[in-house]
Design a protein around this ligand. Structure first.
Ligand SMILES: Cc1cc2nc3c(=O)[nH]c(=O)nc-3n(C[C@H](O)[C@H](O)[C@H](O)COP(=O)(O)OP(=O)(O)OC[C@H]3O[C@@H](n4cnc5c(N)ncnc54)[C@H](O)[C@@H]3O)c2cc1C
Length: 444
């Protein structure tokens, strides 16, 4: 692999790498890697976390937009049933606050603009109602999908052999209703409903629950009592930053892992400037990015095939900074908070940044090649409506991920079920079974 070619292989190069010996080496200082490290330290073992970038947090990142004011360009919200995340934040001294959710949401459908109250967040537009009528149907189906082994759902084959779009088309008669459905599904999965296996979508919905509360699509898309209910004081990246502070020198930055070698009971993890010998390795990086590491011996074929087929979603998130929150001052329409419309840009959210100012519109959207929606709604031009600044973060695409092994999409998508469906389902099951047998903790 290209990574191997870049690896200094000589004895001299080896001498220049800092050598360490620990019980467990973790690749990646995102939330997953840092949480694993915290648990391992608590169990009394030595650990080292090798992180490619010069910061921790991975897909969780604060950006400063003015002195003392931040916004988040990666993960931002949590809600009920994300109990472990909330508990972890509390344990590392990060408080939460309710997401701003007053005023109205804006719906732009077929060129028509209408408002509906942000709470409960349900428009009386008939096409909107058609779309949300699918929620109880999907929730009921998701209740049959075991989160730990979705392939064991009684109708796993049937559902894995159809796409979410096929389900949508069976359930929603009008084109407008389907557009509303697509706005929600693109925001959640960062892809088209036609590219998602229905089984995967149901598994994802089921995963939005906890042992006491079943998962629900409405929880995934809602602010009140939903996945967008709460934010972190000081920004979400404070959680990984505080976790890393507690781990101290065990977290090594600027150390992209290039190669993982297993020999007998020892695994050697080779990163730029570092070489770690361990009994176990945990690779806590997005599936696609894990393939950029050179493994010796090579990963089992089924495992690498599975990793290749898990496609990251594509989303773009950017913040426009205004003098003041003019959209909240519009008497006629009441302060706007969220607008949904069909077309290339699908969902805009307008929360206040981290913990302070009101004048940021945060936009999260999925870009689609040929999406033809109605003309975007444009408010009348006014000086204070011109953004003072724009922060962008593009979630890396595949090619970029391969050049810089540090990215990954917002969410990983399940295997699509359109072409060679049965074959793909068989491969997925075989790969999952093999992945379980060859889980890193067992393998090394
Ligand atoms: C725009 C966006 C919005 C999101 N919003 C939310 C939200 O509101 N709520 C929510 O719950 N979730 C949200 N998510 C999802 C959430 O961010 C991720 O699920 C979570 O951060 C994943 O953490 P992780 O540790 O598994 O992976 P990552 O955060 O990707 O961490 C992996 C780490 O590994 C490092 N790495 C990669 N390759 C190597 C290598 N070869 N060597 C060493 N290090 C390496 C990377 O630099 C990175 O730091 C969002 C994601 C995005 C992108």
């Amino acid at each position: 692999m290209a990574a191997t070619a870049a690896l200094p292989a000589t004895a001299a190069a080896k001498r220049h790498r800092r050598q360490r010996r620990v019980d467990v080496c973790i690749v990646g200082a995102g939330l997953a890697g840092l949480t694993a490290a915290r648990n391992i330290v608590r169990s009394g073992r030595d650990v080292v976390v090798l992180e490619a970038r010069n910061r921790v947090g991975g897909r969780i990142q604060n950006k400063t937009i003015a002195p003392g004011v931040i916004t988040e360009v990666g993960a931002e919200y949590v809600g009920p049933t994300q109990d472990r995340m909330v508990a972890l934040a509390k344990a590392v001294g990060v408080d939460t606050f309710p997401t701003y959710n007053q005023g109205s949401n804006v719906l732009i459908l077929d060129g028509q603009r209408s408002l509906y109250p942000a709470t409960p967040g349900v428009s009386d537009n008939p096409q909107f109602l058609e779309a949300i009528a699918t929620i109880p149907v999907l929730d009921q189906m998701a209740a049959e999908v075991p989160v730990a082994a979705p392939w064991k759902a009684p109708r796993a084959d049937e559902w894995d052999n159809q796409t979410l779009a096929q389900f949508r088309d069976q359930q929603i008669p009008s084109a407008g209703g389907r557009q509303v459905f697509d706005v929600a599904s693109r925001a959640i999965w960062g892809t088209e409903a036609a590219q998602l296996s229905l089984l995967y979508a149901l598994f994802y919905i089921a995963s939005a629950g906890n042992p006491h509360t079943p998962g629900s699509l409405s929880r995934l898309i809602s602010t009140p009592n939903g996945a967008q209910a709460v934010r972190f004081v000081g920004g979400s990246q404070l959680v990984p930053i505080n976790l890393a502070k507690r781990l101290g020198a065990r977290v090594v930055l600027d150390a992209p892992v290039r190669r993982i070698e297993r020999s007998g009971k020892t695994v050697t993890v080779i990163a730029d400037g570092n070489e770690v010998s361990a009994q176990r390795v945990i690779v806590a990086v997005p599936p696609k990015v894990a393939l950029d590491i050179d493994y010796a011996p090579a990963l089992p074929r089924a495992k690498s095939r599975l990793l290749r087929r898990i496609v990251p979603g594509t989303e773009r998130k950017w913040a426009a900074i205004y003098q003041r929150p003019f959209w909240r001052e519009r008497g006629a329409e009441r302060p706007g908070r969220r607008r949904r419309r069909a077309g290339p840009q699908h969902l805009r959210q307008h929360p206040a940044p981290g913990h302070a100012r009101d004048h940021v519109r945060l936009r999260r959207r999925r870009r689609l090649g040929g999406g033809q929606g109605p003309k975007p709604y444009r408010p009348p031009r006014r000086a204070d409506r011109e953004p003072r600044g724009v922060l962008r973060r593009r979630v890396p695409q595949h090619d970029r991920v391969h050049r810089e092994p540090v990215g990954g999409g917002a969410v990983d998508q399940g295997l699509p079920g359109r072409a060679h469906r049965a074959q793909r389902a068989r491969h997925a099951r075989a790969a999952a079974a093999q992945a379980r047998r060859h889980h890193p903790l067992r393998r090394y």
